[in-house]
Design a binder for this molecule. Structure first.
Ligand SMILES: [Fe+2]
Length: 154
């Protein structure tokens, strides 16, 4: 049983991006609850589609932000996004074709991917914006500053 808990280390300091990340955590948890409750394949499939749509829109927002700021890590970061979208699209297709996919491992994969990506590529992106004083759309708070400081010490 997978559950992703939001905590301060996941704040990156951009209000919109943080809100969308929190929504993604919730979507993973809702999917896990639905699996645990034995919901029908139709319900699980529609939840997967909502998750895919939300993820695509969220990645688009991050990619717009990176392009607007000429972020040098754009290509690498976008590749991470594209790979996840391909993986989720493949899973949905398998699901629609009735292949037995292990839903527990799907939610674990999504939860692990999200935590790793936010603490890695997303925080690197925000550190670049801050270092270049692109603070007009990045709103660091004390907890964000602490999380970033903790992240850069190792
Ligand atoms: Fe990202």
């Amino acid at each position: 049983m997978t559950k992703v808990e939001w905590c301060d280390q996941y704040y990156i300091g951009n209000e919109r991006i943080d809100r969308e990340h929190q929504a993604m955590f919730e979507l993973v948890n809702s999917l896990q609850r639905a699996i645990d409750d034995g919901e029908s394949m139709q319900v699980l499939e529609s939840m997967l589609e909502v998750m895919a749509q939300h993820t695509i829109a969220h990645f688009q927002h991050e990619e717009d932000l990176m392009r607007d700021h000429d972020y040098p890590g754009y290509t690498r970061h976008k590749q991470c996004h594209d790979r996840l979208i391909q993986k989720v699209a493949k899973l949905i297709k398998e699901f629609q074709e009735g292949e037995a996919i292990v839903m527990q491992s799907l939610t674990k994969f999504l939860a692990d991917w999200l935590k790793h990506h936010i603490k890695g590529e997303d925080q690197k992106m925000i550190l670049f914006f801050q270092a270049n004083h692109f603070n007009h759309d990045v709103q660091p708070s004390l907890r964000v500053a602490n999380a970033l400081a903790a992240n850069t010490t190792h």
